[in-house]
Design a protein around this ligand. Structure first.
Ligand SMILES: *Cc1c(COP(=O)(O)O)cnc(C)c1O
Ligand SMILES: [Zn+2]
Length: 399
């Protein structure tokens, strides 16, 4: 069943609907799970479908590229430096290089359940990269709308290469979303942005994997970058479903990080207000979170409040610094948006919001190769030498 998160109006599972027709608010899929002992999941292949009882689509229709089951790395170099117990969940290891694959696996499965033949999305990049691949896998037609000139090179390459019809508009992500939503409402395509609640059903498995990886324990805190705010809402949904199933007792403080000039949610949290005021012209080098009017802000604000969490902002310089820090001290390469979680962690430790000894999980959302231009710009050019080994010797002896 699909339910409105504001007025509780209920809708049928096979109704194609994105917002409540009674009050206009956003929707959530209600997952009725019978008593399932947590041992059920042991010995299954390590992808999102290991929790299939919690995924409200037809398992036999699943569109999967073996997404999920991503690396969960204990990061003692950074953890020791900050005085915390740090784990990093590496979502860049998903099939197309971001966590969006979890949502698209379930979302395109729902499209198959419904019998539609065309899917679409607006995207800052990764949503289109992922949908293009999953649509190809499912044999669905696919259209994506992107902000012209604002999509990182790797993501654009993926969207085009997997065969989506790619449109670039003169506008930002929020404008692109409006355009594709109108096409969906006109019945031209099935919308797979995170306003579609089935996307979040896939992404909630991040929260499930985290507590499972920790031996059925909750960390003290989960930190992640926030753009359209679907993922923070989804992770919280996964955690609370596992709590309600009796698998864990405690829950983590959900902590969202935004770029300072694209921070409607963090601004609201910091002001102690429930009202999220959209940012007109969002800017940041972290294009994946360059979003001014987050679709899931209501869910995200609830997740932060219910979990006793918080939100923080970081500058582009802090993001780039954290991206390099994670790459060079732990060997984990992530795109700029993902590094916002590490930048935010550093700031929250400095401010005393994160306590010494806390068990913290940072979700790093996408792979470094998504945005190769940013990575190259952050580095020195390769040193040009002759083929004479002595040229190299004289340099490496001084490293
Ligand atoms: C989509 C995305 C985000 C933002 O997730 P939301 O659900 O929109 O808040 C962050 N990082 C990366 C790499 C993404 O692709
Ligand atoms: Zn409603």
């Amino acid at each position: 069943m699909i339910r409105c998160i504001s007025c509780n109006e209920e809708y049928d599972d096979d109704e194609i609907i994105y917002t409540c027709s009674k009050c206009g608010s956003i929707l959530e899929v209600e997952c009725d799970v019978e008593d399932i002992p947590r041992e059920t999941f042991e010995g299954r292949r390590d992808n999102i479908w290991k929790y299939k009882e919690f995924l409200p689509v037809k398992y036999e229709n699943r569109v999967s590229l073996d997404e999920g089951g991503t690396p969960f790395c204990k990061c003692d170099t950074i953890g020791d430096e900050l005085g915390i117990d740090l784990y990093v969940k590496v979502e860049g290891s998903n099939p197309t290089g971001s966590f969006k694959d979890r949502g698209m696996s379930v979302g395109t499965t729902k499209a198959v359940d419904l019998g539609v033949d065309m899917v679409g999305c607006a995207s800052t990049g990764n949503t289109s990269a992922s949908l293009s691949a999953y649509a190809a896998r499912a044999g669905l037609k696919c259209a994506v709308v992107l902000p012209d000139g604002k999509v990182a090179l790797g993501k654009l390459a993926q969207a085009m290469f997997h065969g989506a019809k790619v449109f670039a508009i003169d506008g930002n992500f929020d404008d692109a979303l409006e355009t594709i939503t109108q096409l969906a409402l006109d019945g031209e395509l099935y919308l797979l942005n995170s306003i579609n609640p089935y996307r979040l059903e896939g992404q909630k498995t991040i929260g499930m994997e985290v507590v499972h990886d920790l031996g059925w324990q909750s960390p003290d805190r989960i930190i992640l970058p926030v753009g359209n705010a679907g993922n923070i809402s989804a992770i919280w949904k996964g955690i609370t479903e596992f709590r309600d199933a009796g698998y864990i007792k405690d829950t983590p403080m959900m902590t969202g990080i935004q770029a300072v000039d694209s921070a409607p949610i963090a601004n609201a949290v910091k002001a102690g207000s429930d009202e999220v005021i959209p940012v007109e012209n969002p800017e940041t080098i972290a294009t994946a979170i360059r979003i001014g009017a987050p679709v899931s802000s209501l869910k995200a604000m609830r997740a932060i409040k219910e979990s006793n969490g918080t939100a923080e902002t970081v500058t582009d310089d802090e993001i780039l610094d954290a991206q390099k820090y994670l790459a060079r001290s732990e060997g984990i390469g992530v795109e700029p948006a993902s590094a916002a979680s590490i930048a935010g962690l550093r700031k929250l430790v400095e401010n005393g919001v994160v306590d010494k000894g806390e068990k913290v999980v940072c979700i790093v959302t996408g792979h470094v190769l998504k945005d190769p231009n940013v990575a190259i710009d952050a580095c020195e050019e390769p040193t040009k030498v002759s083929s004479d080994p002595n040229d190299i010797k004289s340099v490496i002896r001084n490293l």
